[in-house]
Design a protein around this ligand. Structure first.
Ligand code: NAD
Length: 468
């Protein structure tokens, strides 16, 4: 059994789920493989009807699910409600797009008849992290099921409960297996897994990609980020911008893939920025129990995360916001700002994934661009300026999958824009049309005109063949 404690009160057990050992994974995948054949033969509109019923069921249960999610993950209740709401919207968006994404398309002209057929892979392994366990699982489950795949999802043992409850609302070939990296590895390495979809950190991503590569199993990876937020010399430090930035840094206690994790400000404006940032934290950042109204930041996820976040507080740290929590009863960390740390220190060059953030002064645009683009991760970034055109021009030069202007990790467009970083932050894409196509193989059925019944015999010769 995997028991999950409440990170805000670790003496309280929120629930437990049965663990699947690596040896037991084989039977699960074989069952999923058998179910997939029936599911793939089910007409697409009928599969979509199953997703539609699930979306309604999740919507009806959203308040209870959000509370459970807050208790197991330490995320504040409004964010948990937001995640459930987005999951429902995402499922409905998949339903809306699925017919055009997954239906056949035909070309019939002088060259003959060619039909593009979108086929499911078979059984998809979905391996997900704990920090947005519902939406990050449904980003895979929704399109994979719509396309006719079966899915075996292995959530993080740090947030196994709510996703299990959500999966139970889907009357489809979807199995949840619980366990640690060993269970995940047994799943990814299984011969009947035909596609792997992983979201998590770079270390897990490397291991999963290696296993999948060894079997030539295609994989889509969404990995970590060490997002820079760059303020240009004309960027206003107004209250609304600063409030947005503070929450883009500290939502989910800084444990968000696209959180602002490194702040860059012109040297001459550093003091003003620090004052404005601290004032904003005083307005919007309240650390406490995730279920308490008005609290905007909860605990970190585990004792290990609490230790590593506190290690970043060794030295000169400016405390931020109101701290109404007891680190002795929950995994709470006092949020902090570190001004001008060594640019090579771990707080700057690694994904710190906790509520301590560095701010660094810079000399000119070229040097800050080089600093922002340094490192192996390229997930998100932001540019802040009074001049939107200037910000968009610089945004093009960031090595990031998603660059924001005058905000960070806030978008009303995520279903219109694909997600997935560059460099080592992602292989493949989630969200948007590109994400839907991750779960189908495009196959071609072609009858050249020359071979149509009654056609004249074609001239022999290499020109009849495509190159390669
Ligand atoms: P993690 O990599 O430790 O774990 C993610 C999942 O992979 C878990 O289910 C875990 O059990 C499993 N896993 C880990 N090692 C494995 C292995 N060797 N073989 C098979 N499975 C393995 O990540 P985490 O701590 O749960 O999540 C935090 C990380 O996820 C951060 O780096 C964050 O940036 C990233 N993340 C990325 C996105 C994105 O969309 N790009 C979204 C959320 C989180």
């Amino acid at each position: 059994m995997i028991r999950r404690e409440n990170p805000a009160r670790f003496a309280e057990i929120v629930g437990e789920v049965p663990a699947t050992t690596p040896d037991e994974v084989d039977a699960v995948v074989r069952r999923a493989d058998a179910e997939q054949r029936t599911w793939a033969a089910t007409p697409l509109p009928d599969r979509l009807a199953v997703l539609a019923r699930a979306a309604t069921a999740i919507e009806d249960a959203a308040e209870d699910l959000a509370t459970l999610l807050a208790r197991e993950s330490g995320k504040v209740l409004p964010d948990c409600r937001g995640e459930l709401g987005f999951a429902v919207r995402f499922l409905r968006w998949v339903i809306d797009k699925a017919i055009s994404a997954y239906g056949d398309s035909t070309v019939d002209d002088d060259l003959g008849r060619l039909v593009l057929v979108r086929k499911p892979y078979g059984v998809v392994a979905a391996i997900t992290p704990w920090n947005a366990p519902i939406i990050l699982a449904l980003l895979k489950i929704g399109p994979a099921l719509a396309a006719g795949n079966a899915v075996v999802v292995k959530p993080s043992p740090l947030a196994p409960l709510t996703i299990t409850a959500v999966a139970a609302l889907l009357e489809a070939p979807l199995t949840v297996v619980h366990g640690d990296a060993g269970t995940g590895a047994a799943l990814v390495g299984h011969d009947l897994i035909r596609k792997v979809a992983f979201t998590g950190g770079p270390a897990g991503g490397r291991a999963v990609a290696a296993l999948a590569g060894d079997r030539l199993t295609p994989s889509v990876l969404e990995l970590g980020g060490n997002d820079p937020a760059v303020f240009l010399d004309d960027a206003p430090f107004d209250d609304a911008s600063m409030d947005r930035l503070v929450m883009a840094t500290f939502a989910t206690s800084g444990q968000v893939c696209m959180a602002a994790k490194r702040l860059y400000v012109p040297r001459s404006r550093l003091d003003d920025f620090v004052a404005a940032y601290r004032a904003a934290a005083g307005r919007v950042l309240v650390t406490g129990d995730p279920l308490t109204p008005g609290v905007s930041m909860g605990p970190v996820i585990s004792a290990g995360a609490q230790r590593s976040a506190n290690a970043f507080r060794d030295g000169d740290v400016l405390d931020l916001g109101r701290f109404e929590a007891d680190p002795e009863i929950g995994y709470f960390v006092r949020p902090g700002l570190v001004v001008s740390p060594d640019p090579g220190s771990p707080l700057v060059v690694t994904e710190q994934f906790g509520p301590v953030v560095p701010v660094l002064g810079y000399r000119d645009e070229e040097s800050v661009l080089a600093a922002a683009n340094a490192g192996e991760l390229g997930l998100g970034a932001s540019v802040w300026s009074a001049d939107e055109d200037r910000a968009f021009a610089l945004a093009r030069r960031f090595e990031a999958g998603f660059t924001f202007v005058n905000t960070h990790n806030r978008t009303g467009m995520s279903l219109r824009a694909p997600f997935g970083g560059v460099k080592r932050s992602g292989w493949g894409r989630e969200y948007a049309g590109e994400g839907l196509l991750e779960y189908v193989q495009t196959c071609v059925i072609h009858a050249p005109a020359a071979f149509r019944p009654g056609a004249e015999a074609p001239a022999a010769g290499p020109s009849a063949y495509p190159p390669g």
